[in-house]
Design a protein around this ligand. Structure first.
Ligand code: NOS
Length: 284
């Protein structure tokens, strides 16, 4: 059984990955595709595709809309590695360290920048279905409740015991993304992302609660990956695709379904892809 807190096992996994692909160069950027946003992986040029099934320690992705491939190739003129499918803590017994292992593997492979994407419910009343939101900061609910990927004995080779999250979402990358969106005529927002444990969607009262504390979008992913990335010293850019509007009124509530989340992501696939490509083109 793979122990995500064992650094030597991480090195072994990384070796297995390296031995199965013919790396053209060191990937400088890692990408994690959110629910239904796997199109980003399909935009990669000269792709080499490694199924998660061939990576020891990697669990399978059980959520519809997550393919389960690690893809190496070129995007926006840079050599990247892309996780086409992510591990959600709700799928894997809330083992956040396990779910964030792909970030550690990508770090071992050499990435300096991580781009994370997700599908999320909009809480900010100014948001529309289909909007993209640059993540400015987050509220990591499981992390605040003791479910952090950094809990447990910390091998110092992973990074520091105490990690500062004060600047998790790189301000220069956020500015670059807002500029790119403006130039490309892509409707863009910026806001606070909340990670809930899921897999149930939030009740109207819970949505109201998060709205009150300053949330703009709600999802069930991303923060564990960002926390681990920051422990490794990787700079992060994150964005959400608003796939549904979370509702706050129990008397007039509307059901949220994963099907509508996937439809919205599919509709936005091309936009998300060109957004990410243009950002990567301009990353230093
Ligand atoms: N997701 C959401 N998670 C929480 N609340 C929402 O309103 C919402 N909309 C999309 C489920 O459809 C998948 O999409 C994200 C979650 O991360 C989950 O994995």
């Amino acid at each position: 059984m793979f122990d995500p807190r064992d650094y030597d096992e991480l090195l072994q996994i990384t070796d297995v990955v390296r031995n199965q692909v013919d790396l053209k160069e060191t990937p400088s950027i890692g990408i994690i595709c959110g629910s239904g946003l796997g199109d980003i992986g399909d935009c990669i040029k000269e792709p080499q595709v490694l199924s998660y099934k061939k990576i020891p320690g990697f669990p399978s992705t059980s959520v519809v809309g997550h393919k389960g491939n690690m893809i190496f190739g070129y995007l926006g003129g840079k050599y990247v590695v892309c996780m086409q499918g992510r591990f959600h803590p709700y799928e894997h017994g809330m083992d956040l360290a396990l779910c964030a292992t792909p970030v550690r593997v990508m770090h071992q492979l050499g990435i300096k920048t991580l781009i994370v994407s997700n599908a999320a419910g909009g809480v900010n009343p100014a948001f529309n279905y289909g909007d993209l939101m640059v993540i400015k900061d987050h509220i990591f609910m499981p992390g605040l409740c003791g479910f952090s990927p950094l809990v447990g004995i910390n091998d110092p080779r992973f990074g520091p015991r105490f990690v500062s999250i004060h600047d998790a979402y790189d301000i220069n990358l956020r500015r670059l993304a807002l500029t790119v969106a403006q130039e490309e005529n892509i409707r863009i927002q910026e806001g606070i992302y909340v990670m809930c444990g899921g897999p149930q969607y939030e009740s109207p009262a819970e949505v109201m609660y998060f709205k009150t504390v300053g949330a703009d979008a709600l999802g069930m992913s991303t923060c564990h990956e960002v926390t681990v990335a920051r422990q490794c010293g990787i700079r992060v850019f994150g964005f959400s695709l608003i796939t549904n509007i979370a509702n706050t009124d129990a008397d007039n509530s509307v059901e949220v379904t994963h099907e509508e989340v996937l439809v919205a992501a599919k509709e936005a696939g091309f936009r998300a892809c060109s957004f990410v490509t243009k950002i990567i083109e301009r990353i230093e």
